[in-house]
Design a protein around this ligand. Structure first.
Ligand code: ARG
Length: 655
């Protein structure tokens, strides 16, 4: 059930007596800012009055007279310039809650018209270490998958693995030149990882050596410009224009310095190590050679294809472990390699229809709204990321006929997707909704993309292990401080820490507005209070401990469906929040923003905590009130657990 939708349905006919269309106005009904004015508030009369040329208060009065909401609201009132305030009837609230007790879906209906969604998420480049950015795609995508499915849509998840790119050329090159056979036999994944890193390092080294002279020249120029702007005098410039120019010049020096610094560090890393240095000098042409190995793989060269086939299961095993830990599953994992055979056909089709043409030897799709075209075949015949994505759309449309395809990919790829969607529409895919569900960067506490101290991007497993270690500390400290002494065995503490640690990482990714960057902080994410998974799990465990202490048979309680008494303000607040779960899910899916749901759960847990502080449950003043409060605890616990489950997060019975 969604209160908001019910209200909108009731407002619709009343509004239609005054204007048409009304959808935009219906969007102006909201939960009240200040509970003193009621539970919901409709601000429609102000814009409507303007449009009709009537005083908004009169419009509001007219609407109220035509509004049929008596069955669930107290008589609506008009306040101020024309706000319509609505207060839900207590009897209605209790009746609804009573019904929820016996409903495993907690009142959430299935959509009337299910759509088919394909969600493309996680999609790491295998054979490269997966990092913290991929976790965000995986976690957000998985939550959307669960949410859309729960409300009744047909959802297909497809992990668009990067299993065909240059990184394989790199490993093949590494395999042919640097393989440690014994290591490969004993620990294939880590040996392949080592080969990848080594070849990457060699390529970066030669690039740094090549680029450094230019970078140093740029730095020298920036310094010269800075001197020129500053002039001879050391005192601060007086006029604004010069101050701005000086700031700009200073920033340019800093940037050029940073670039040089990075290149020098890359160079030094190799040159400080005589063995690597010697290897690097013997492999000066590594970059070109890697491209050739990749091209050979793509052309079907028997040796390279055999190597690729041998590597792939090891790479898959590596990411499978992470998915298992994160409790994420995919319906399909059709990687880039799956589409290889289709790529010439894609290019031909676009050429034939006059949508693509040759330009300087490459084949391009020219898109009117973009400055640069989308290249779909390079001069040397190689296909691109975009070509594969076009083939992928074709395949998904043929196979699943989706109404929408969602791509959960970080914001740096937004131009790629803008172009891809424009090209796909030209190509004839006009009906399907194509959406880039973009997300921001995970930052370290220094405000730069999250990295470990040594500078290498943090391996995902290490990240999860560290979260568990921190969670263990929080769980153990909390347990040790219990008034009656610790309750958890060592084994239990460890199990709880695993659930809590994994949850903390996921929740931090979900609770931040997906389009913003956010600062990764272990301490914040496992905190027992605040908007964290830990707090939510703790609230859930609290409801369970009430039942345990009171030896309550919860199934029997639900079956009895006791009357819900809303005498105390905190009881009513909790009741209203519980019934807003449907509103929260609607709003979450409106723009695919899991942080809307986490905000709701946080508000619910907070209200539960206030209720629990104010109202005795097990020692309630009467049996009738005790039953009602137990029912509220049950609903709070179930709503929290369900909400977390929809985000892919588990709970524990005690902690
Ligand atoms: N493999 C890409 C990366 O790691 C992401 C792929 C996203 N999905 C897509 N259909 N392009 O950057």
């Amino acid at each position: 059930m969604s209160i908001l939708r019910t209200l909108q349905e009731r407002f619709r006919p009343a509004l239609l007596t005054l204007v048409d269309p009304v959808d935009e106005l219906l969007g102006m009904i909201r939960p009240a800012q200040d509970p003193q004015f009621g539970d919901y508030q409709a601000n429609v009369a102000m814009p409507l009055g303007k449009r009709l040329g009537h005083p908004p208060r009169d419009v509001a009065q007219q609407l109220v007279a035509r509004l049929a909401v008596d069955d669930f609201c107290a008589p609506p009132t008009v306040a101020g310039p024309g706000f319509i305030n609505l207060r839900l009837r207590d009897e209605w609230l209790s009746g609804q809650l009573q019904r929820l007790l016996a409903d495993p879906r907690l009142g959430i209906p299935q959509v009337a018209v299910p759509r088919t969604y394909v969600i493309d998420y996680s999609s790491p480049n295998v054979a490269k270490p997966m990092h913290v950015g991929h976790i965000r795609s995986t976690v957000i995508g998985d939550a959307l998958y669960r949410l859309l499915q729960f409300v009744g849509h047909r959802v297909i998840s497809d992990n668009h693995l990067g299993d065909w790119g240059t990184q394989f050329g790199m490993i093949i090159y590494g395999y042919k030149h640097f393989l440690d056979t014994a290591q490969y036999r004993a620990h294939p994944v880590s040996e392949l990882g080592r080969l990848y890193k080594l070849v990457r390092q060699l390529i970066d080294y030669h690039a740094a050596v090549r680029e450094l002279p230019q970078a140093e020249q740029r730095l020298a120029e920036a310094v010269r410009r800075h001197h020129a702007v500053r002039g001879g005098a050391d005192q601060a410039p007086r006029d604004k224009q010069r101050a701005a120019a000086l700031r700009e010049a200073t920033a340019a020096v800093a940037e050029a310095e940073a670039q040089c610094g990075a290149l020098r560090a890359t160079r030094a890393e190799v040159e400080q190590d005589p063995t690597v240095r010697e290897v690097a000098s013997r492999h000066a042409g590594v970059e070109e050679a890697v491209l050739q190995e990749t091209a050979r793989l793509h052309a079907g060269d028997a040796e390279n294809v055999a190597l690729w086939q041998a590597f792939l299961p090891h790479c898959a095993e590596d990411i499978r472990r992470i998915y298992q830990r994160l409790d994420v599953r995919f319906d399909h994992a059709l990687g880039e390699s799956f589409y290889h055979g289709r790529l010439p056909g894609v290019v031909d089709s676009l050429l034939q229809r006059g949508l693509a043409r040759e330009s300087h030897g490459a084949v391009c799709v020219f898109l009117p709204q973009f400055e640069t075209p989308m290249i779909i075949r390079k001069k040397d015949g190689a296909f691109l990321y975009a070509t594969t994505d076009l083939a992928t759309i074709e395949h998904r449309m043929e196979t699943w006929h989706p109404d929408a395809i969602l791509y959960v990919v970080d914001h740096r790829q937004s131009e790629h997707f803008d172009k891809l969607f424009a090209a796909a529409r030209l190509w004839g895919y006009e009906q399907v909704e194509l959406r880039h569900i973009s997300f921001g960067t995970v930052l370290g506490e220094d405000g730069r993309p999250y990295r470990t101290r040594s500078g290498a991007v943090v391996g995902l497993e290490g990240l999860l292990d560290e979260a568990i270690r921190r969670a263990y500390h929080v769980v153990a400290t909390n347990d040790d401080s219990k008034p009656g002494g610790p309750e958890l065995s060592e084994a239990e503490r460890q199990t709880v820490a695993r659930v809590v640690g994994h949850a903390a990482i996921k929740y931090a990714d979900l609770a931040h507005n997906r389009t913003s960057d956010y600062v990764f902080s272990y301490d914040k994410m496992v905190a027992l209070d605040g908007n964290t998974a830990t707090y939510m799990q703790y609230s859930y465990a609290r409801t369970q401990s009430i039942f345990q202490r009171g030896q309550i048979d919860v199934a029997a309680l639900r079956a009895r469906q006791p009357e819900i008494v809303l005498a105390e303000p905190t009881e009513r607040d909790l009741a209203l929040e519980l019934l807003q779960f449907g509103d929260a899910l609607d709003k979450t899916l409106e723009d695919f923003r899991p942080n809307v749901l986490t905000a709701y759960l946080f508000s619910l847990a907070t209200r539960f905590s206030r209720f629990y502080q104010q109202c005795d449950v097990l020692r309630a003043p009467s049996e009738r009130v005790r039953e009602s409060r137990l029912a509220l605890c049950d609903l709070a616990g179930r709503t929290i657990a369900r909400g977390l489950a929809l985000l892919g997060i588990g709970v524990v019975e005690r902690m």
